[in-house]
Design a binder for this molecule. Structure first.
Ligand code: AMP
Length: 216
């Protein structure tokens, strides 16, 4: 089983949903830079304030801020044996910094979740996130049993501020311009797999487990 897993894909591809299930399956922590920024925002930290404007407009937070935050997170003891990255890297300098940082003996795999643009906008704009446990529901595709309440923990479901249509389209543009080139970056290193992320989440998950293995 690889030590470092990079989940690549546009907003709405299912990275967060799959990463949280995979994390349990592989016994590796799920490290999401988007979640880390949102935590900083809700705690009102300086980092959160520095990131706010970029996040609200669908732009990328500058690399220095992302790298400092990410490297502090993966220095924690739970990441000692490996981790699962969701939403990082998103630029070439981030990918290069990660490569320099990973121990040489670690196997790294990158998986691209590929999904057509029309589906992405529909998925992202209907997304409902549990404020308690982070579970992702969807207004149309995975509605909660009781409106506004998480099926898993009873927490409150909310939309992300940046999941409005205009911002999602901007995030897609940013993905194409700044992040999609990383597909080639990982392909050249011979560590890339592509999975059709437009299918039902359980099928996508089964493919990911086949590719990445399970705990042990
Ligand atoms: P996500 O939850 O991964 O969609 O991230 C939400 C927002 O956080 C993005 O639109 C960016 O503004 C910011 N962000 C998250 N990860 C990164 C990253 N690796 N590099 C730059 N900005 C990021």
């Amino acid at each position: 089983m690889p030590r470092a897993v990079v989940l690549l894909g546009p907003p709405g591809a299912g990275k967060g949903t799959q990463a949280s299930r995979l994390s349990a399956e592989l016994g590796r922590p799920h490290v999401s830079t988007g979640d880390l920024f949102r935590e900083n925002l809700s705690r009102g930290t300086d980092l959160g304030e520095q990131a706010r404007g970029f996040m609200e407009s669908g732009q990328l937070v500058p690399d220095e801020l992302v790298l400092e935050m990410l490297f502090a997170r993966v220095a924690a003891p739970d990441c000692r044996d490996g981790y699962l990255l969701d939403g990082f890297p998103r630029t070439q300098p981030q990918a290069e910094a990660l490569e320099r940082r990973l121990p040489e003996s670690w196997e790294t795999r990158a998986v691209l979740l590929q999904v057509a643009d029309e589906i992405l906008v529909e998925r992202a704009t209907g997304r409902l996130i549990c404020q308690g446990c982070g579970k992702v529901h969807h207004e149309t595709f995975a509605p909660p049993r009781a409106a506004g309440i998480c099926d898993a923990c009873g927490g409150r479901l909310e939309k992300r501020d940046d999941d409005r249509v205009g911002v999602v389209r901007e995030r897609l543009e940013v993905y194409r311009r700044q992040t999609e080139p990383l597909v080639q970056f990982y392909r050249e290193r011979g560590v890339l797999d592509v999975v059709d992320g437009s299918r039902e989440p359980n099928l996508v998950f089964d493919d990911l487990v086949d590719l990445l293995g399970s705990e042990g």
